[in-house]
Design a protein. Structure first.
Length: 261
């Protein structure tokens, strides 16, 4: 059972603790969102410029790199938040016993788990901001609309951080995280309109893509970066919000069952 009455602003103390720890290694983590989009743009730009003609998206002709670039932000949001609440949270919970120490304080379990998810969304938003600057320098972002990517990244981070926490609550060992990565993350990475338009897929595959939260996140990042979209932004935004609420609740439930025995 979720005990909403146990949640207060004290969860920010856990968020602050994670920030203090992260500040020790931020320089290393800074280079990934800084260099990753540049590598993708250069590689795909050089490799596909003679193979792929302009494609149509949202009624506008785009080069392949213009189509792909905003999706890189969505992918980064997914990976940053999901891996934070799976591998990193599992290490803090199981190996470092950090959660045990926190639960010996006035903090409630719900506050600890909520802080972990909010922290994962914070990391995702920070990475998205760095990538936004890099892609903006390449000319793949329309400003000021592109600035909406940052709050969007926080929402996307909450969505994927919540489902990551749900898996952390049910996975028996850290080695088993390969299953949700292979069966859930990888299909989304490939079939959510990241590297080719979903409209080119068979009808049944398009319907499946609509279920993927990454599809809606990528659609919204393209809308923010290019001002073009094929799916209703309101529909995608509503889906992400509903997805976040559902898996935030499920994450709290599964983690309570795991930690309170």
């Amino acid at each position: 059972m979720i005990r909403l009455g146990n949640i207060s602003w004290r969860f920010l103390s856990v968020w602050r603790r994670n920030l203090i720890v992260y500040r020790r290694i931020w320089k290393v983590n800074f280079f990934v969102p800084l260099l990753e989009p540049a590598f993708y743009i250069i590689a795909f730009g050089l490799g596909f410029q003679g193979l792929v003609n302009n494609l149509t998206y949202g009624g506008q002709a785009l080069t392949y790199t213009h189509f792909m670039a905003p999706a890189l932000i969505g992918i980064s949001i997914m990976y940053n938040s999901f891996f934070e609440t799976t591998y990193n949270s599992f290490v803090r919970m199981y190996y470092q016993k950090t959660f045990d120490g926190m639960m010996a304080t006035p903090l409630s379990l719900e506050e600890i788990i909520l802080a972990e998810i909010v922290w994962s969304a914070t990391k995702a938003a920070a990475a998205a901001l760095i990538m936004l600057v890099v892609l903006g320098l390449f000319g793949f972002v329309v400003f000021p609309l592109g600035l909406l990517v940052v709050p969007l990244a926080f929402l996307g981070g909450l969505a994927f951080g919540s489902i990551g926490m749900f898996f952390t609550g049910i996975i028996p060992s850290i080695d088993m995280f390969n299953l949700p990565i292979f069966l859930f993350i990888t299909p989304m990475f490939l079939f959510s309109g990241t590297f080719f338009p979903v409209s080119g897929l068979p009808a049944w595959a398009q319907s499946v893509a609509l279920v993927f939260p990454l599809f809606h996140l990528v659609e919204l990042t393209r809308f923010c970066c290019l001002g073009r979209v094929e799916t209703s932004p309101l529909l995608s935004l509503s889906y992400l919000a509903l997805f976040t609420i559902c898996f935030l609740c499920l994450g709290l439930i599964t983690m309570r069952r795991r930690l309170i025995k």
